[in-house]
Design a protein around this ligand. Structure first.
Ligand code: 3HC
Length: 328
């Protein structure tokens, strides 16, 4: 499909410049073949996958924090059980994704060290606080809704282990989105104060959810490269538009107002016109200056430090076992 191929970040290479091995690889991608860990792949392809899958895995793990915060305060036993199940699912997603990244020759420990040292990112959305119970509804509805919009196409991504991990993740994200919407339904049909909490949660989570899809296409550094390699199947703006088109009628059904005075149905394009998020705020959050960045990284650092004795114990056991096997 793509006549061009990217050699390394930001540089597109024309077919004439490709080595026979690179051209054969691009042909496989264009034909829709799945690339498997034992297959030859360009170094840029491997690095891009490690960056994206690693960032995705970190997002799943950090994403447990804003919701875990509400487990002890969920309003009913049933809601508490559902929330615990959802948070556990996110831990599982992180694990599948770390495993997928490991097939590319990087360990989970290395990825965690890169995160803690600020060399890797996690999704901007998890740097916003969950202040009320309605925020848990908004996170499920909007954040998991945006995640599904981004991740359903990734089931067809060119790298086999990533595509297969996404199949199960998407099934579970669907349940997450529904549980969020169900909380919102309950809130909007409750007291006037509860309805107000639901509107306030939508007001605070709308633009951060739009930011989840990444910068606008003109500012996206990796999209051209990643789409040529079918690591990404759609551009950031395409998915953001689809998300808005899907979510606005859901907000209307709830009787809530999307906090965007420019929001209008555009008959000609068959989608909504809407205001872009504040990209300065987005880049501030990426630089570590969001409301909860320090708290989130602090929690990950603490978990890493608290788990040191387990890692050391496992290493000591593995070394002892290896020595015993060698002696025998
Ligand atoms: N948060 C943090 N960083 C972001 C970002 C966001 N929302 N959007 C973009 N960025 C970063 C990119 O990582 C890149 O920085 P880098 O070069 O240091 O890695 C830079 O901004 C430029 O953006 P690009 O558009 O060039 O980056 P990508 O091509 O990688 O596109 C993406 C960004 C759309 C997020 C893409 O990486 C992607 O589709 N990733 C897979 C899905 C994913 O990671 N989802 C996390 C969402 S949360 C989640 O899944 C948990 C669930 O339980 C809700």
């Amino acid at each position: 499909m793509y006549a061009q191929m990217v050699k390394s970040t930001g540089t597109l290479m024309s077919r004439e410049d490709m080595s026979p091995q690179e051209a054969a690889f691009q042909d496989r991608v264009d034909a829709g073949d799945k690339i498997e860990p034992q297959d030859w792949m360009p170094e840029g392809y491997r690095k891009t996958l490690i960056r994206q899958i690693g960032q995705h895995a970190h997002s799943e793990i950090v994403g447990q924090l804003p919701e875990g915060n509400w487990i002890t305060r969920a309003p009913t036993l049933e809601r508490k059980q559902i929330l615990i199940a959802k948070v556990q699912d996110e831990a599982g997603h992180g694990l599948y994704l770390y495993c997928a990244a490991e097939t590319l020759g990087v360990s989970r420990d290395e990825l965690t060290e890169d995160l803690l040292a600020g060399r890797m990112k996690y999704s901007s959305i998890f740097n916003y606080p969950t202040l009320t119970w309605a925020d848990i509804g908004a996170v499920g509805w909007l954040v998991d809704g945006a995640a599904i919009m981004n991740q359903v196409p990734l089931q067809r991504t060119s790298y086999g282990p990533y595509a297969r991990a996404m199949v199960r993740i998407c099934k579970e994200e669907s349940f997450h989105q529904r549980q969020g919407y169900s909380i919102m339904m309950k809130m909007v049909n409750g007291t006037p104060e509860q309805r107000e909490m639901a509107q306030d949660a939508l007001n605070r989570f709308w633009y951060p959810s739009l930011m989840m899809f990444g910068p606008s296409d003109k500012d996206s550094v990796h999209s051209a490269q990643s789409m040529a390699w079918k690591i990404k199947m759609n551009s950031n703006d395409e998915l953001r538009q689809k998300f808005v088109d899907q979510t606005v009628p859901q907000a209307e059904y709830l009787g809530l107002t999307v906090p965007d005075p420019e929001l209008r149905w555009n008959e000609e394009k068959g989608g909504y016109d809407f205001s872009e998020p504040d990209w300065d705020e987005f880049y501030q959050v990426l630089r570590g200056n969001g409301p909860c960045n320090a708290e989130r990284i602090g929690a990950r650092q603490k978990a890493w430090d608290d788990g040191a004795w387990v890692r050391e114990g496992l290493m000591a056991h593995a070394e002892k076992h290896a020595r015993r096997v060698a002696a025998e």
